[in-house]
Design a protein around this ligand. Sequence first.
Ligand code: B4P
Length: 192
Amino acid sequence: MFNLILFGPPGSGKGTQSDKLVDKYGLIHLSTGNLLREEISHKTPLGLEAKSFMDKGRLVPDEVVIGMIGTCLDNHKDAKGFLFDGFPRTVAQAQALDKLLELKKTGISAVLALDVGEDELVKRLLNRGKTSGRSDDSDEDVIRKRFSVYKDETTPVADHYKKAKKFQSIKGEGTVDEIFDAVSKVIDKKMK
Ligand code: B4P
């Protein structure tokens, strides 16, 4: 199996690149952000709980997202690999993912981080907020809160994978196609 984590701050292009990567490599796309928004749109109890965190720019509790990922892995027993987008976002999530993959006798093949400056990130998110209807993209204070949560809670996840020598940064500024080419080159090398 080839299991890839696309890593990076909010607005770095994880979702954008994931859509293209799953088409090219035939991986199963697991975006915790998309899964949570789906729960919110169906007004499930899980969705209502998640919304209260997401609207404030905070992370949804670990046990909620870990449970969701566990279910998705079980639902795709024959997958040739997974693309994790926006997960793991805490060290506890990374450790849980290691265990879940171990049970499937597999592991993380690579963690690719999209590197984008904060001014560009704010610009992208506010821009998306104009059309997406996403409440977490419309308010600059909430966007800044998401960055501070990223620095405090998600950056340590990078160290977790650096220790395992699986982490690589890629320039995330430029056109979507330029970044896609750069990411694809790294994946092609890792798949060899
Ligand atoms: P996510 O859905 O993961 O949202 P994100 O980080 O904001 O988006 P992403 O990084 O994928 O967006 P993209 O750059 O593609 O999370 C939302 C919330 O859900 C979190 O804040 C948290 O509350 C909760 N959550 C999710 N996962 C969780 C977890 N594991 N644990 C706890 N809570 C969790 O796109 C951004 C914009 O940039 C788009 O408009 C796009 O068109 C544009 N763009 C992309 N690439 C570009 C480029 N090269 N140039 C110019 N614009 C570009």
